[in-house]
Ligand binder design. Structure first.
Ligand code: FE
Ligand code: FE
Length: 284
């Protein structure tokens, strides 16, 4: 997706997904796992340089205050999906996988694995928070791995060296292991860097079961669900729910296949599924 309204180093926000996929390839050798710099495309480095230098505690507070009252727009799930699709189509000559195809592939893979309907739906909508691009948000405030702000950054975050120029690095109270948070106080009280996960969580939370809320809210929190970092901020309930996040992740990462699901064929099924959980319009 070329974020025409929101320039950034990535040609399109999906480029970040491709990078994450490459990083967590199934066939990736163990020793390759920590090699980010040498092998990463420069655009991805530029992206993270910007993301890590600008996602501060104050920034996250401001974005939460701006978006989470959901007073902006009333829109249906399909409407959001179509808007996002237009943005993708317009722009990107070399991504062969549109956002809609990604949604369908993830959802179909979840369906084939025999998971419940709410989880299929979750796969279908999990990236819809990227409509933030349509509101003019820059790439670094929409995609990218997420991480807690307001406490020390974990070394397991990609390119941790780029945090050196984040203004929060000059605030010692935010640089302790726990920062502003109580030990094992639970992730609900922890502010993660702002992006499409957190936004969609607020938009959809009252319509979906709790495991779905966790999948949506934390699917980009790779330091937490893949690297096992920040356990000291989680409580037992988070740990339990993160099993769901980990169940979801491979579908997001690895369901990319050459076979392109046909929206025309699948639309009736997904229309029913969306209507089962969501009213015609919801607040965004
Ligand atoms: Fe995502
Ligand atoms: Fe995704």
């Amino acid at each position: 997706m070329e974020t025409t309204a929101s320039p950034g180093p990535l040609q399109h926000v999906e480029q970040w997904d491709d990078f994450v996929k490459a990083r967590y390839r199934v066939d990736r050798k163990k020793e390759e796992f920590r090699v980010f710099d040498a092998s990463s495309p420069p655009v991805v480095k530029d992206f993270y340089r910007e993301n890590h230098s600008k996602q501060t505690l104050e920034f996250v507070r401001a974005k939460q205050a701006q978006y989470t009252p959901l007073s902006g727009v009333r829109m249906g799930i399909w409407e959001a999906m179509e808007k996002l699709e237009v943005l993708v189509d317009d722009s990107d000559p070399d991504t062969d996988l549109t956002q809609m195809q990604h949604n369908l592939q993830v959802a179909e893979a979840i369906r084939q694995a025999g998971h419940p309907r709410w989880m299929i739906l979750t796969g279908f909508i999990h990236d819809l928070g990227k409509v933030l691009c349509l509101y003019g948000e820059p790439q670094w405030a929409v995609v990218g791995d997420t991480f807690p702000v307001g406490c020390a950054w974990s070394d397991s975050i990609v390119f941790p060296e780029y945090f050196a120029v984040n203004p929060d690095s000059a605030r010692p109270e935010l640089q302790t292991r726990l920062g502003i948070y109580p030990e094992n106080g639970g992730l609900t009280g922890v502010k993660l860097s702002w992006g499409h996960d957190e936004y969609l969580y607020h938009v959809t939370r009252k319509y979906l079961p709790e495991p779905a809320q966790y999948m949506i809210r934390y699917h980009s929190f790779y330091p937490g669900h893949r690297e096992g970092a920040y356990d000291y901020l989680m409580n037992d309930h988070d740990r339990q729910m993160f099993e769901w996040v980990r169940t979801f992740n491979p579908f997001d990462l690895y369901s990319k296949s050459d076979e392109k699901p046909s929206l025309a064929e699948l639309k009736p099924y997904y229309e029913d599924l969306v209507a089962e959980f969501f009213p015609k319009q919801i607040d965004w």
